[in-house]
Design a protein around this ligand. Structure first.
Ligand code: KIV
Length: 275
């Protein structure tokens, strides 16, 4: 394959340019093998810090470390070749100062090869987003429900159900856009607010439980595949892999116990013996 024939990876500016155009398809992935599948159909692969809950069985994303994100980010980069890979900055890795955010974001870009990072928070993160964007770090922002704030917000409840909250969420969305974010995840907000947010900013809004009014959609892969035991109400299950895996494992266990596996077709012929 010549250099010209190689598939070009989508970049943050490519995604930014899709505002108001064809919907942007995004999914999470944490592994090379799922990244390979997702890459064929998605514009953005997010290595979300949801990996703490999905892969590691943690109650929240708070304990996730930068090293965990870098390890899985690297795996996803190896498994994919076309989608823009965005790696989440975990709780505690970017909030202290804009300098801390840059040092850790630069580590993520250098060590994984990904094309962008994501941070949670609106107005309070604007200065940091500006600092990162000015220094070559493409930032996807995340407003509405921000799971890393679970210890202050108390639950993973939908945001903006009360119209008095709308102005705050709108200010957050406009602030991250003006600060230079190339896109913004809007999590768990009602449809009329999502529509207002999409109209308020010139960058794509990527919804998760935020209606079709957004410029793109994202889901946690394991949730939409039916692999997660508990999922938020808005998740549509596009697959039912949990029961399929359970049946395959049960069939395997039954064959091993019955000494039926490996069967004769798996027995290697002995060298020097005929018949
Ligand atoms: O961590 C994650 O997977 C996310 C998505 C749910 C947007 O932030």
């Amino acid at each position: 394959m010549s250099v010209q024939d190689e598939i070009r990876r989508l970049t943050a500016p490519d995604i930014r340019a899709r505002k108001g155009g064809e919907p942007i398809v995004c999914l999470t992935s944490y592994h090379a093998h799922t990244a390979r599948i997702v890459d064929a159909h998605c514009d953005v692969i997010l290595v979300g810090d949801s990996l703490g809950m999905v892969m590691h069985g943690l109650e929240t994303t708070v304990p996730v470390t930068l090293d965990m994100m870098i390890l899985q980010g690297h795996a996803v980069m190896r498994g994919s070749k076309r989608a823009l890979v965005v790696v989440d900055m975990p709780f505690g890795s970017y909030e202290t100062s804009k300098e801390q955010a840059f040092t850790n974001a630069a580590r993520v870009l250098k060590e994984t090869g990904c094309g962008a990072i994501k941070v949670e928070g609106g107005k309070r993160m604007a200065e940091t987003i500006r600092f990162l964007a000015d220094r070559g770090v493409p930032v996807m922002a995340h407003v509405g429900l921000t799971p890393q704030a679970i210890n202050t917000i108390g639950s993973f409840r939908a945001q903006g159900r009360d119209e008095t909250d709308w102005a705050r969420i709108e200010e957050d969305t406009i602030a991250v856009s003006q600060a230079g974010a190339f896109s913004v995840v809007i999590e768990a907000v009602a449809e009329p607010l999502a529509r207002k947010l999409a109209a308020a900013v010139p960058i794509p809004t990527i919804g998760i439980g935020a209606s079709v009014a957004c410029d793109g959609q994202i889901l946690v892969l394991e949730d939409m595949l039916g692999l997660s035991p508990r999922v938020p109400k808005f998740v549509k299950r596009f697959g039912a892999l949990g029961p399929g895996i359970e049946k395959a494992v049960a069939d395997y266990a039954a064959e091993v116990r019955a000494r039926a596996f490996p069967g004769p077709e798996h027995v290697y012929p002995m060298k020097g013996k005929k018949g």
